[in-house]
Design a protein around this ligand. Sequence first.
Ligand code: NDP
Length: 298
Amino acid sequence: MTQLDGKWVRDQILAELAPRVESVRAKGRPPGLAVVLAGHDPASDIYVRNKVKACQELGIHSEKLTPPADITQDALLAIIAGLNARPEIDGILVQMPLPKHLDERAVLLAIDPAKDVDGFHPFNVGNLVNGTPGPRPCTPSGVMEMLRRYQIPAAGKRAVVIGRSDIVGKPMAMMLLHAHATVTICHSRTSNLVEEASRADILVAAIGRPAFLRGDSIKPGATVIDVGINRVADRESAARCGKLAAFEKNGSAVVGDVHPDEVAHAGAYTPVPGGVGPLTIAMLMANTVAAAEARCSV
Ligand code: NDP
């Protein structure tokens, strides 16, 4: 069984982006990304910090805007309008979830689709469905990079995606379809989940439940892509999820949606952590550089 190394893929992606960043810079300014973080969700703080750090390492100009949690809808929309209008900003990312009183959909719709580096704007969802170029959601496009760089073909394969969220499951299924896989999407109402999953040549788990999929869901030789990132903070759960050693060391453990001790018969597997996780930010950088290139050339 091959372990698919997300850091190896990430490093390749970033190394390939570096000269492209320089080319944009040579035309007058570096690519620019603005990240908007409303309020202080601790998990979001960490995500945003990591995104800003990745920009710094690659020479992308980044700005972090931190309006207070009680910002009004109109004030947040005004921030977005300001960023849409600024020529040195190529990408705008509004960190979700937003505080409850804000309308996430209206905020998403306010972002200029050309600067929508998350690929969540309905215009870009349409581009994905059509197969028209445009920014793609970062996590599933990272998965496609992983498959491509490990030379795992999707064409003609049976792919099963478990999860139908707008940010992972649905775009993942669409990308696999464009890559000519025969795609099944499963979700919480799927009645025969193990049976569906165990037919997959490429199994993508994007569920959000620690170690939920067991060995009987994995066809021998299948490629198993575990998108799940779940934190378990008690000893019993960590032991049940095969993460006791990590728990003993750190006081908590990160576990995917697939039970890590039941993948030995897979052909290839993305570990958690270290599999899909590192790719999301790399693809955000790729989307930002592509947006800058597109704007430089008009
Ligand atoms: P969501 O909660 O938005 O979606 C989860 C999906 O899983 C839903 O479609 C849900 O079905 C389905 N599901 C839930 N329980 C079951 C079940 N018992 N059987 C079958 N399907 C089920 O999560 P996300 O898509 O945002 O994230 C999924 C996982 O990926 C999480 O662990 C998240 O942390 C991780 N993630 C990782 C990223 C990375 O960078 N690697 C980036 C983004 C997410 P239904 O629609 O019917 O409710």
